[in-house]
Write a protein that binds this ligand. Structure first.
Ligand SMILES: [Zn+2]
Length: 262
């Protein structure tokens, strides 16, 4: 059974406000494990929030400890893109495709890399796959990370809305806009293709729900940018689990933690 509740974020509210919301929503729910897909960098080995570039107050906030104390269940946390990647790789649109690259195209942009053994590649400091902050335009507008012209600054939902005064959902219904938009989007994805040569790229998050209106021009543009010089396959598909990629990814993390590796 799936219970679902989503609420808008109060950007000024900070972690205590967020915890209050979680407590209010989950107070009557019965569950025996809790998985958290945090929308920012997470130090996975120590299970701590690094920070959020989108909202303040989260730097090293002890989220896992606080949820454990409140609900008295095992809690696992990862960056939302890493969790989403694992969910799609094991249960969704990335099944059978390894290595797989997952990108969440939402308020921000995140990436996750799933290896041949269906584990997430997190790198030395849990920062692997942070595709949102590769530089597409050095002279471009300033990003929340302090750099300029980041992939996320040019293509994510929050900035699209600020730059164009319309929601990403509305913009994806304008073919002329999408034709321009996919140029930067493909530039970002090309970096992932060149470094990882993934068997498949799965894109989740709200903007990916635009479906063919986005994916058809995106595939054409990516094929144009990754010239025939490269024989790397270019398979780009929308997420198969919709809003549940992260939920299933956390299930995958729990299963990996309880299954002794052989
Ligand atoms: Zn940035």
């Amino acid at each position: 059974m799936t219970l679902r509740e989503s609420r808008a974020t109060d950007r000024e509210g900070g972690p205590e406000w967020m915890l209050g919301q979680i407590e209010a929503i989950a107070a009557d729910w019965k569950f025996d494990r809790c998985g958290i897909g945090f929308g920012g960098p997470v130090d996975f080995p120590t299970q701590t929030v690094t920070l959020s570039t989108h909202v303040g107050g989260w730097k090293r906030f002890p989220l896992v400890e606080r949820i454990k104390q409140r609900f008295n269940v095992p809690v696992i946390m990862d960056n939302d893109a890493n969790a989403g990647a694992l969910g799609e790789a094991i249960y969704g649109a990335g099944r059978g495709a390894r290595p797989m690259f997952y990108m969440t195209l939402s308020t921000g942009i995140g990436g996750g890399i799933v290896l041949d053994d269906s584990t997430v590649y997190r790198g030395a400091d849990s920062y692997a796959g942070e595709l949102g902050h590769i530089t597409l335009k050095p002279d471009g507008p300033e990003c929340l990370c302090g750099s300029h012209g980041c992939f996320e600054r040019l293509c994510c939902g929050m900035w699209l809305e600020r730059d164009y005064g319309k929601s990403a959902k509305e913009l994806m219904q304008e073919p002329e806009f999408v034709e321009r938009y996919v140029i930067d989007l493909a530039r970002g994805l090309k970096a992932a293709v060149m470094i990882l040569n993934p068997a498949r790229i799965v894109i989740g998050g709200g903007i990916a729900k635009a479906g063919d209106a986005l994916f058809v021009p995106l595939r054409a543009e990516l094929r144009r940018q990754v010239t025939s010089w490269s024989r790397a396959r270019l398979e780009v598909v929308p997420a198969g689990l919709g809003d549940d990629s992260v939920l299933y990814g956390c299930l995958g993390i729990f299963k990996a933690a309880t299954t002794p590796s052989s």
